[in-house]
Design a protein around this ligand. Structure first.
Ligand SMILES: [Zn+2]
Length: 323
């Protein structure tokens, strides 16, 4: 139980050891929540449609810095302390601060995404992990047991003939961390590249459902958004990610589908005649003044959120999992 509590505090989508040992089928033995009724990922099938509320992305277009970490079986971009990247709207129940993003991929181009779209798998899926704004840390959000404590925006990738120029910084960061070994940091990744990466895809349809973390301890605290429009990536670029780390060759770094257990992911379609995304200016001072027009509560936290301390502790988790 002690190990379980520890992991609950530390993990969101930690991939390294979990996929390299006994695999996802063994997770429930050590992490009971991995056997929950509202786990992720799931297949996304169009049943209901609703009109989308406009997204508000704040700080995504502002040059910023990241730490990029190669953790053997995961590549993760950690937002630097003091940076604020905010998402709201899009039908989210609240306002969320970006904490990190990371990718899931597979052994070949027929697999790799965690969610599926009408059971179609994609070669890669990126997860932008946010905590609800009223939590000081992501740890607190994960431990809260609130089903909307964490918001993850997921996007698929699909193979295209040409390299995607918007992925250049992304691919370059992968090369650099791989060349320097795991657990190294690169601090010159500009956040504004992200906006180019997701700009057109976020204008399109998306699915929304409540689920969990896709790695142990599988806490069911995630308000999921999965966009239907994939980001293009060339086979060459995909190979840089897949094969750049010799240890990761042949690896499958995605969790199998989980049962919906009565949940119905809802498909949202963009509202007609207007852009589906509003970009807000300087994050700290001009925090998207029209934000209050967003339906639902917006909680003004009196304290400045501190940087979460949980990203990441693979060695601790490794010890837990191997025991
Ligand atoms: Zn993930």
């Amino acid at each position: 139980m002690k190990a379980f509590n520890l992991s609950a505090a530390l993990i969101i989508c930690l991939i390294a050891v979990t996929f390299s040992q006994d695999g996802p089928s063994a997770w429930p033995k050590n992490f009971p929540m991995c056997n929950g009724k509202s786990n992720s990922p799931v297949n996304l099938r169009t049943t209901k449609r609703r009109q989308a509320q406009r997204w508000k992305l704040t700080g995504w277009d502002k040059p910023s810095k990241y730490k990029v970490l190669d953790e053997e079986y995961a590549i993760k971009w950690e937002l630097n302390e003091g940076q604020r990247i905010i998402v709201s709207g899009g039908g989210l129940t609240d306002t969320y601060d970006l904490v990190q993003f990371h990718i899931h991929w597979g052994s070949d181009n027929s697999r790799g995404s965690e969610h599926t779209l009408d059971y179609r798998r994609f070669p890669m899926e990126i997860h932008f992990v946010h905590k609800r704004r009223d939590f000081d840390t992501a740890t607190a959000a994960v431990e809260s047991e609130d089903r909307d404590a964490i918001a993850v925006l997921g996007l698929f990738f699909k193979i295209q003939k040409r390299d995607n120029p918007n992925l250049e910084q992304f691919i370059q960061a992968v090369r650099q961390v791989r060349a320097s070994g795991d657990q190294k940091e690169i601090e010159n990744f500009r956040i504004d590249a992200l906006l180019n990466l997701v700009r057109s895809e976020v204008q399109k349809d998306f699915f929304r459902y409540f689920g969990g973390l896709t790695t142990p301890s599988c806490n069911e605290v995630v308000q999921w958004t999965v966009f239907t429009e994939p980001i293009g990536i060339s086979a060459y670029q995909m190979n840089v990610i897949r094969l750049g780390n010799p240890d990761a060759v042949g690896g499958e770094f995605f969790r199998p589908l989980q049962k919906l257990n009565g949940r119905t992911p809802i498909r949202f379609i963009p509202s007609k005649g207007s852009t589906n995304v509003k970009l807000c200016g300087d994050v700290a001072q001009n925090y998207c003044k029209s934000l209050r027009s967003v339906k639902g509560k917006t909680r003004e936290s009196p304290r400045r959120p501190t940087r979460p301390k949980l990203w990441f502790f693979p060695s601790i988790i490794r010890r837990i999992m191997i025991k």
